[in-house]
Design a protein. Structure first.
Length: 196
């Protein structure tokens, strides 16, 4: 019988330190697989679940525990398209006292609350909504204006409010496994250059 820690999860990338998607040094985890297909998405490479991205929650946690942080940003891909694995991953993070869990989702927050309340109860901050290239945002970690931030942990409200007002939109470039990754949210006007 498969235990939770042996459960399969599809992960495109794990990176530390992540400096651009949330306050302070964090670990970034990008899920593989997304059915939204937003136009001009910067993460097209995460749309399809690849065999090479298959791992277990146990293996994922072993990698994450090596990093000197209790803060994490989960993006994708679409994390909520792997709901069982996402729930068990979050439960493992909570067991290890992660105190700042930020998650991005293309689903709207009300839909997430209605359909995934167990998951939402384990998350500190949610940024919701599909990327819309016609709704330009200048904020540091929202790709378009239709996306909203929900700070669910009162202890983090001042930290995130300060981050939103003081943090400029920056990018990190990562070379890993002969691939180049752009971490963060580029300005909409720069996407065409980056994607071509």
């Amino acid at each position: 019988m498969q235990t939770d820690s042996q459960k399969i999860i599809f992960i495109d990338l794990i990176h530390y330190p992540l400096l651009v998607l949330g306050p302070d040094k964090r670990v970034g985890v990008w899920f593989d697989g997304c059915s939204f297909g937003c136009e001009d998405c910067i993460s097209i490479h995460t749309w399809e679940q690849k065999e090479s991205s298959k791992t277990t929650i146990s293996s994922l946690m072993t990698k994450i525990e090596k990093f000197d942080t209790k803060k994490i940003t989960i993006s994708g891909g679409e994390p909520f398209e792997q709901p069982r694995a996402l729930l068990e991953f979050l439960q493992e993070l909570k067991k290890r006292d992660f105190d700042d869990i930020l998650i991005y989702s293309g689903f709207k927050f009300n839909y997430l609350k209605k359909n995934f309340i167990e998951i939402i109860d384990l998350v500190d901050v949610v940024i919701d909504g599909q990327f819309d290239k016609d709704k330009i945002s200048q904020e540091s970690f929202r790709g378009s204006k239709n996306q909203n931030i929900y700070i669910l942990n009162d202890k983090l409200k001042s930290t995130y409010q300060e981050f939103q007002t003081t943090q400029k939109r920056n990018l990190q470039i990562l070379e890993k496994n002969d691939e180049v990754y752009l971490l963060g949210i580029p300005k909409i006007e720069d996407r065409e250059i980056i994607l071509n």
